[in-house]
Design a protein around this ligand. Structure first.
Ligand SMILES: *Cc1c(COP(=O)(O)O)cnc(C)c1O
Length: 376
């Protein structure tokens, strides 16, 4: 199986993580047919670059697609892909599981990642599950509170003092030297794992648009590749329009797109409540930009107030997501999509991970003696 650079086109026969030109690499496109099976891994068996190590699965994927009322006032049909129900409460588990399958097969004893949030927890959990050691590199500023959800699984959490932006590339280089397999945000196996989101959506509906909260760009690339492979396998008639959504306070991809630039530039002093999508220099940014241009897709950025409003509305439907995951619904309002369009928004991660950033709802107090009056 060859790897190919989606930006310059160079191909590789060995399992490299990045192209010599500095951009990510991805597996050539797969073609196949669906099978009957319990999990997305089995139903789309032809489409994975490595045999999924099902004995180490924690039940990631196969998440619900929920019809939402929130599209009604805008005249669109809105569906929510609820990724918050994954084993560590974000879609990262899909990619972690597939990359872990590769690490096991290739004989690695230790895996690693660079993250402070959902990916750190996911790699920590799946490493433990597969009996591998984990080295989780986090930034100087990561709060102790947040790191509890990572260290609880037993992975080694290391605060790295220094330029966090360089850590992504340094970890790949040093990992290769020491035999540690780093599963970072847009690792080629991780991106392949995200294709399952597209596969599952296509099993249920044929959307016109898919809204994707975008940080490193790994999720976006995975969902695009999934739909393209289904199309090339003649399993769907058309690829939906994909819309990258970023937070205004950190939107390097949207900025380069609207300014007509061919390459992203570092977003200085990022500041947003949507911390899970606040990568100032996304490692798959140029690859995402290329897709947006080629397909004439869109990039939308939303402000913190709009994000919090969308988070509240989603909670009002019974789905509590983190701010980053509410950006898709926040973007709907700005998009003016055609009447009756079928739209999927990916709810990427659970709100329980960011309780500190959540405005409190109303809480009343009542004396037991007055309960009847209180309830009346
Ligand atoms: C990782 C993450 C994203 C963005 O994914 P990328 O692959 O980095 O673009 C969006 N939302 C949540 C909750 C995440 O954890």
């Amino acid at each position: 199986m060859k790897l190919i650079c989606p930006v310059c086109g160079k191909t590789y026969d060995k399992p490299v993580q990045r192209c010599e030109c500095g951009e990510p690499v991805e597996f050539e496109r797969f073609k196949g047919e669906p099978y009957i099976g319990r999990s997305v891994w089995e139903r789309f068996w032809d489409f994975w670059p490595v045999e999924p190590a099902l004995e180490f699965s924690l039940g990631e994927g196969d998440t619900p697609l929920v019809k939402s009322r929130l599209g009604e006032e805008l005249g669109v049909k809105l569906y929510l892909k609820n990724e918050t129900v994954n084993p560590t409460w974000s879609f990262k588990d899909r990619g972690t599981f597939l990359a872990m399958s590769h690490a096991l097969k290739a004989g690695y004893k230790t895996v690693g990642t660079v993250s402070t949030g959902n990916m750190a927890a996911s790699v920590s959990a799946y490493a433990t599950r597969a009996g591998l050691k984990a080295k989780i590199l986090v930034s100087e500023s990561a709060s102790d509170e947040k790191l509890k959800a990572v260290s609880v699984y037993g992975g080694e959490v290391i605060r790295v003092l220094g330029d966090y932006g360089r850590l992504y590339f340094e970890s790949l280089a040093i990992g290769e030297k020491l035999g540690i397999y780093f599963i970072n945000s847009d690792n080629p196996f991780r991106v392949e794992g995200y294709k399952g989101i597209a596969f599952e959506i296509a099993e249920e509906i044929s959307p016109d648009y898919v809204l994707i909260p975008t940080s490193s760009g790994g999720l976006f690339r995975g969902v695009v590749k999934g739909f393209i492979e289904l199309h090339e396998s003649r399993l769907i008639d058309r690829v939906p329009a994909l819309i990258a959504v970023q937070a205004e306070g950190c939107s390097p991809i949207c900025r380069a797109f609207s300014e007509g630039k061919a390459r992203i530039e570092r977003f200085e002093s990022p500041k947003t409540i949507a911390k899970a999508i606040a990568n100032p220099y996304p490692p798959s940014g140029n690859a995402v930009l290329k897709f947006l241009r080629e397909f004439d897709w869109k990039c939308v950025s939303v402000g913190d107030d709009e994000i919090l409003e969308a988070q509240r509305k989603l909670a009002g439907e019974g789905l509590f997501v983190q701010p980053a995951s509410a950006t898709g619904v926040a973007a709907l309002r700005k998009l003016e999509l055609p009447e009756g369009a079928k739209v999927v928004s990916i709810l990427t991660g659970s709100g329980l991970k960011t309780l500190n950033d959540t405005p409190a709802g109303e809480i009343r107090e009542c004396r037991l003696e007055e309960l009847e009056k209180c309830l009346g």
